[in-house]
Ligand binder design. Sequence first.
Ligand SMILES: [Zn+2]
Length: 428
Amino acid sequence: MGRTLIQNATIFTATGQAPFTGDIAVEGNRIASVGPAGKGGAADTVIDATGLFCMPGMTEGHAHLSFENVCATEDLITPTPEAQVFATARGAKALIEAGFTSAYGASEAKLRLAVAVRDEVNAGRIPGPRIRAGGLEISVTGAMGDESREHNPRVGPATIVDGAEEMRRAVRLHCREGIDNIKLDVSGDPFYPSTPGHTTPMTFEEVRVAAETAHAYGRRINAHTRSIDGSKHCVRAGVDGLFHCEYVDEELLDLMEAARDRIFVVPTVGLFAQIMAGEASGHGLSPEVGGYMNIPDLLENSIRTHSELRRRGIRHLIGGDYGFGWSPQGTQGRDLGFFVDYYGYSPAEALVCATRNGGLAMMDSGDLGTLEAGKLADLILVDGDPLADISVLAGPAAIALVMKDGVIQKQSSARAARPAQPALEAAE
Ligand SMILES: [Zn+2]
């Protein structure tokens, strides 16, 4: 693969070090060195990154790769799996082009969509990020994802289980089918009026058995949890990733803080922010409708809770619940701005959520998410300064170059990337 040298970039390592102008050398799939300009050594390929911002690739922390222009649950249920495979592949492509080199899976419209796309991406046959594949959400009768009624039984975007043994079987089946990230619907949700967000339809025992089973198979387990009891179930049962978490009490905050080196928390605030800003009004979800769904209250609680969790050192991830009619895949970087505006993160801290925290969620080894010698070479060049204007990461336009596992996945614009050239003169 040779040695690639990225020269003269503004380097943000996501380790806490202040940004500096320097060079990064990549050998094979690893970063060989990160240091001052002119000290990168010889290379087979040199990329002049003068004026560009170099940072680790981002992680989408709650990926629904198969969601494309979704406006109702029906859009997840009725399309064929064959059509949805293509949508999922397009989702993966959109993410990598927007600077996301990792996707931490939530759930998908059908069981194996992310598995199929993950395997094609890993084989190098289609573009996409590293993928921890989500499967179906696992829920209980009458809760989120259960689309059946007595007069109209049908399959929703969920596996419905009741009791510990059915849960164990469902999680094992997900593991058998290649799912990396199991997802439970522990709490209710504003889109399911019979079980609103503050309710907790799933029992502790069901959550506990699911976590035990997922871990026995070496998988991660995550949960949709908005309610206080639901989030307590998750922390106590050993769930790895907690999604949403708007409602808290002191006891829950303390539980989460005590588990902060083990859990990841993904607020997925984009969806509610977009609804209340009127961005979903063309799809039947105006701010007024959001009001009926109690979304202003959820948003208020999200701001209060996640600001406090930030102060307590919780590892937040950005992303989640993109792929709707008003929020195309590849715009997940908008969450960085919400993290700054709502939760009080500095731009640099928000970037750490997107990179270092995401890398730790993707793999335990700590090999991903920072720019340091020896780490996996997942990095991006941005035509702009996210620390001065975080919105430059809100879409693919300013993403000038994307490298994943040492391989360039995207190289755009005359500015970023002059064609590869031998650069013997770069040698000391
Ligand atoms: Zn979601």
